[in-house]
Design a protein around this ligand. Structure first.
Ligand SMILES: NC(=O)c1ccc[n+]([C@@H]2O[C@H](COP(=O)([O-])OP(=O)(O)OC[C@H]3O[C@@H](n4cnc5c(N)ncnc54)[C@H](O)[C@@H]3O)[C@@H](O)[C@H]2O)c1
Length: 361
């Protein structure tokens, strides 16, 4: 079972391959993607202990001289110190402009290693091997790379498209359940922003999806998410417009992560809460029916995701919203829904409504 999706970006187009036992094929697939020479495989301690050996063996068999860099797991790793340490590892590994980086891990590794590739020697190729559900359906596709600053998430970064994305669904078997469920928040997002029938399918099949028991279903779901992301990115690579719809639930989600302290909520959990916030605002401001808003909230509850953050007072959240990347003149911009599957971006929300909806959660 193999699901292939293409991200159409002219000369920078690339394939996303989704299936089982793909990690063993990493080396061959890098050859097919035209990669040559030396590479630095960046992974975190959790993923590395499980999958680095297979990845390194496959790269070695295909003739690549691969060096492994294993760094600590967690959002704190997506920082300047690790970035500079990885530049040194690139130099030690002898990476020249023909070399490449392999990001083996979740979104933290993908964003950080991707940014190493975007900036080292003014940019070298890289390959995404996502191992978390969130990374498979979202962060590995579309070329956003970067790191956090103490002042906020993802404040430094670059657009840099990978040469190849290889999503081996078997790696999801070892993903902690909390991380898996957090990834499902991004899956639900695709239904809300783009595809009402996909959302309906998720409503019908969530028990099998939640317990990871049906690999075929998982392949179709990951594949559909990647198709939607590829479609959006193909139309608007650098977020001049449409791509902003992918941020549904993220404006407040990022602020929650910051106020609660990175790590208190994992990214997908914060996105679930932010999505319920956006849905409730949408009822007041963009014509979403109360019934559809309730379906959105129920979907997250069914998937055992949080829908409120009692430890985040409004004043702190509002202050965090003021430094969001998408905030202009202190006013955060929101993606709002008029129906499931239909959203608009760049919306201002009146102060009083933001506060009222936050306090209603
Ligand atoms: N670039 C983008 O477009 C984009 C989009 C969405 C999110 N992100 C970023 O992605 C990050 C979150 O990604 P994440 O949720 O994957 O977090 P993560 O990379 O921290 O991974 C979550 C945890 O799961 C572990 N893990 C990953 N795969 C595993 C596996 N197969 N088996 C066992 N353990 C495994 C990791 O070691 C980590 O402890 C955030 O920094 C967020 O900003 C980026």
């Amino acid at each position: 079972m193999l699901y292939d999706v293409t991200v159409n970006l002219g000369e920078r187009s690339y394939g996303i391959h989704i299936g089982a036992e793909l990690l063993e094929e990493l080396g061959e697939r890098c050859v097919s993607a035209g990669l040559k020479g030396k590479c630095l495989v960046v992974t975190d301690a959790n993923v590395g202990s499980l999958y680095a050996a297979t990845a390194m063996e496959s790269l070695g068999k295909a003739g690549f001289k691969a060096t492994l860099a294993t760094i600590p797991a967690g959002e704190q790793t997506k920082c300047g110190d690790q970035l500079f340490a990885l530049y040194s590892r690139c130099i030690e590994a002898g990476l020249d402009r023909k070399g490449f980086v392999v990001a083996l891990g979740g979104g933290v590794i993908g964003d950080l290693a991707g940014y190493v590739a975007a900036s080292y020697l003014r940019g070298i190729p890289f390959v995404q091997v996502p191992t978390s559900l969130l990374a498979m359906v979202d962060s590995s596709v579309g070329g956003k790379t970067g790191i956090n600053l103490p002042e906020g998430k993802n404040l430094v970064g670059a657009f840099h498209q990978p040469e190849l994305v290889l999503a081996d669904l078997q790696t999801l078997e070892t993903l902690p359940v909390r991380e898996y469920r957090a990834g499902l928040a991004e899956v639900v997002k695709y239904g809300i922003i783009y595809d009402a029938s996909f959302f309906e399918c998720l409503e019908g099949q969530w028990p099998a999806l939640a317990d990871r028991s049906d690999v075929g279903l998982l392949a179709r779901v990951v594949g559909r998410c990647c198709e939607i992301k590829a479609d959006v990115v193909g139309q608007d690579e650098r977020e001049g417009g449409l791509r902003a719809i992918l941020n549904f639930g993220h404006t407040v989600g990022h602020a929650i992560e910051k106020v609660a302290g990175y790590g208190e909520f994992v990214h997908g959990e914060a996105v679930a809460i932010g999505s319920v916030f956006a849905a409730r605002v949408s009822v007041e401001q963009s014509g979403l029916s109360q019934a559809e808003c309730d379906r959105i909230e129920k979907m997250f509850v069914d998937l055992a995701l949080p829908v409120r953050a009692p430890g985040c007072p409004w004043a702190d959240l509002r202050a965090a919203l003021a430094v969001d990347k998408k905030t202009i003149g202190g006013m955060p911009k929101f993606v709002l829904a008029s129906a499931i599957g239909l959203v608009s971006f760049g919306n201002d929300v009146p102060e009083a409504l933001m506060e009222q909806v936050w306090k209603s959660l």
